[in-house]
Design a binder for this molecule. Structure first.
Ligand code: GLC
Length: 366
């Protein structure tokens, strides 16, 4: 799993272990970046004898892991009551070819945090964002923070900009890519133009936590990040907590806001020798009580309708999924490499996307 910063995962696991004789769950903490943990799982599954019985599974891994035969089909394990309580989009995000492989736990969607003590009304367009960031940034306070390191987080941030310009990445049904269309170049040009103007040069090395800590200590006007920031900011008693608010990501005139759908759930490895024991854990950890506790501690938004915070509903309406294709990890890797090369000035935005489109077409054809 992710590093257990708050200790809540350990607490829940030891509670499960003490009330379930005969089944013992042990947590393995991996690196914070999702793609690094995906590599760990994949390497282990590829060896044919997995070291992991249960997968704490990002929404984007489902198609690959299921297509490879690495996950157990959990369709018939889910009760009707749970099926009705989980968000429909989460159940479909956990499915592959009509079968359910991942029980949803938490839903993520990209948000634009802003300082409501400075900014009178949140920006709606890219131009307004730039204008306000310029106006309120100072020597100590950065304009706009986002995740620019070469990793999956960069894809989630870039996609919101791309969709905001009316573009798209991959149509999973038709297996087509649109990366060399004008909207994709406009989106990358936009991100690139923020570096050194409203975003610090170091942004190309940042992941979620780097940007949260800066924003939380009052060092930025705008931040693109996930809902967990909201809770952690409040819990930290940071002076900035009272001064922050969030809004949907901005868009180009005539287009609309989009939020990348993220999220985590639990799956069971096909190699697991005790699937019933594993299911007892997955069933326990995705119950209301446990999800509510993690929500309190880590700020994650549970994927159950009965636990949805009202303020999240407008954002849930604008979420969009990353393409659910078995080759997701490779497609993302192609885009990560080229977007990062453009952002760090190694190639032009246009060339980067032309190359990314070419490699992606080869991948989708194969
Ligand atoms: C969050 C999202 C996940 C996404 C990751 C990217 O953890 O929930 O879906 O892949 O961020 O950094």
């Amino acid at each position: 799993m992710e590093p257990d910063g708050t200790g809540i995962w350990r607490k829940l696991i030891s509670e499960f272990n003490s009330r379930t004789p005969g089944v013992r769950v042990r947590i393995v903490e991996g690196p914070p970046a999702t793609n690094a943990r995906e590599d760990l799982y994949s390497t282990s599954f590829l060896s044919g004898t997995s070291s992991f019985d249960i997968v704490y599974c990002d929404v984007i891994w489902v198609a690959k892991f299921a297509a490879a035969g690495w996950l157990r089909d959990l369709t018939s394990r889910l009760s009707q009551e749970d099926r009705e309580d989980f968000l429909a989009m989460e159940l479909s995000a956990g499915s592959y070819r009509g079968r359910l492989y991942r029980i949803p736990a938490f839903t993520d969607a990209g948000l634009l945090y802003y300082r409501k003590d400075l900014v009178p009304a949140p920006p709606r367009t890219f131009d307004e964002l730039v204008e306000q960031a310029r106006k309120y940034q100072t020597k100590e306070r950065l304009g706009f923070l986002w995740q620019g390191k070469q990793y999956e987080g960069l894809i989630t941030a870039y996609l919101e900009i791309l969709w905001g310009f009316g573009g798209d990445w991959i149509d999973p049904e038709k297996r087509q890519t649109f990366l060399d269309e004008p909207a994709a170049v406009q989106a990358l040009d936009f991100l690139k133009s923020t570096i050194g103007s409203i975003s610090p040069p170091g942004v190309t090395g940042y992941i979620e936590e780097d940007t949260r800590l800066l924003f939380q200590s009052g060092r930025a006007v705008f931040l693109r990040n996930w809902p967990y920031v909201w809770t952690l900011m409040k819990r930290s008693n940071a002076p900035v907590a009272e001064k922050a608010a969030y809004a949907p990501m901005v868009h180009a005139p005539g287009q609309s806001s989009a939020a990348t759908l993220g999220g985590w759930g639990f799956a069971i490895s096909s190699y697991c020798p005790n699937p019933d024991g594993a299911w007892r854990f997955v069933d326990f950890i995705t119950r209301r009580e446990q999800l509510a506790l993690v929500q309190q501690h880590m700020g994650r938004i549970p994927s159950r309708k009965s636990l949805q915070p009202a303020e999240f509903l407008p954002i849930a309406e604008i979420v969009r999924m990353r393409p659910a294709i078995p080759e997701y990890a490779q497609a993302s890797d192609i885009l990560q490499r080229w977007v990062s090369a453009a952002l760090t000035g190694r190639v032009t935005c246009e060339k980067a996307l032309r190359e990314a489109a070419r490699e992606t077409r080869l991948l989708l054809k194969g």
